[in-house]
Design a protein around this ligand. Sequence first.
Ligand code: FMN
Length: 372
Amino acid sequence: MHSRLFSEITIQGVTLSNRLTMAPLYLGYAGEGGTVSPMLLDHYRVMAQSGVAMVVVENATVDHPGGSGSNRTLRADTDENLDGLRTLAQTIQNEGARACLQINHAGRFAHAAPEPLAPSAVETFRRMPKALDESTIQHIIGCYAQAAVRAKAAGFDMVELHGGTGYLLAQFLSPHTNRRTDRYGGSLDNRQRFALEVLGQVKAAVSQLPVGYRFLADEWLPDGLQLEESRRFAKTLADAGIAYISVMGGTYESFSRPEIVEKSKQTGYMLDLAAAIREQVDVPVIAAGRLATGAIAEQAIAQGKTDLIGLARVLWADPQWPQKVRDGREDEIIHCDPSCGEACMQMVMKGRPAFCVRWPAEKMKAWKEKFV
Ligand SMILES: Cc1cc2nc3c(=O)[nH]c(=O)nc-3n(C[C@H](O)[C@H](O)[C@H](O)COP(=O)(O)O)c2cc1C
């Protein structure tokens, strides 16, 4: 059953036993200060036990507090967290999954920063970020490289640059947030320069370690980055040696638009974006976004829309998803339910560790007794 879904793939020398990956999902489980907490380890152990071939760990900051989404954002900016990251990678690998660490600078969405930084001073939910100067840009590029070196030292099998959700890499690409007139702004060549310099320095710093990219294919904003340009950028990334491209759409500014709220409730709502990017590149593509059943996931691969499947809330709501799909017990899957109003997102926005409202009562009770 679902022979494509459960077939191997090798990405720059690293073999994944099937096409299922956990897509990065920040749930507020790290300790205050971004440490690897027991709650975080417990969570990733369960995710890795699920049977996915690779777990991509949620965004970890490359620069604290300036690049951190919150005070519970995992830290990859300091050797003090190296032991914790090592335990995290091992916890995932002990369950038979590959471990990948997503690294990020949140830019204008760095809520831990007293004064957020961005390519340009464009108001962001009533805060005005400071436009980056050249030397700070160079400093931040170096921070990405150092964070990637830590991921490698901690034993991760891959590292992923977070170019999605409207964080710093995306802010440079976007004509909406990048209004610069220097060599980092204006034409697409200039707006993609920051991402390419980050990739170049990261790759040089980690040599053989595969470097993937969480990729914003469409900002879903009238004046934002759109497919026409992102497809060209994808090709450039592939030419520059990216290991895989993990496609998503939307940013914090578009997620709340009524038509996007509706779109995001639909099964496979980002699959067409993945397909549009896959046409451009010869590196593996990961698709995510309510890929709720084995049949949908298998068909997406069969139709050439994607090479791999990214499961975020889908897997978190039911960590037995891969097993149930493999065994043909799809009717037993506990589905992430869009009618909950993105309860998990609401919880993490309020700074609380999230639970899934779809978890069975017993699991919820055990989780609360252990952690809350
Ligand atoms: C609460 C929450 C946290 C997320 N955190 C991250 C993250 O840290 N990095 C990232 O690239 N995407 C993040 N995402 C996006 C997911 O990886 C994924 O693309 C999206 O949720 C759609 O897949 P799904 O329907 O399987 O959840 C997050 C999504 C949610 C709802």
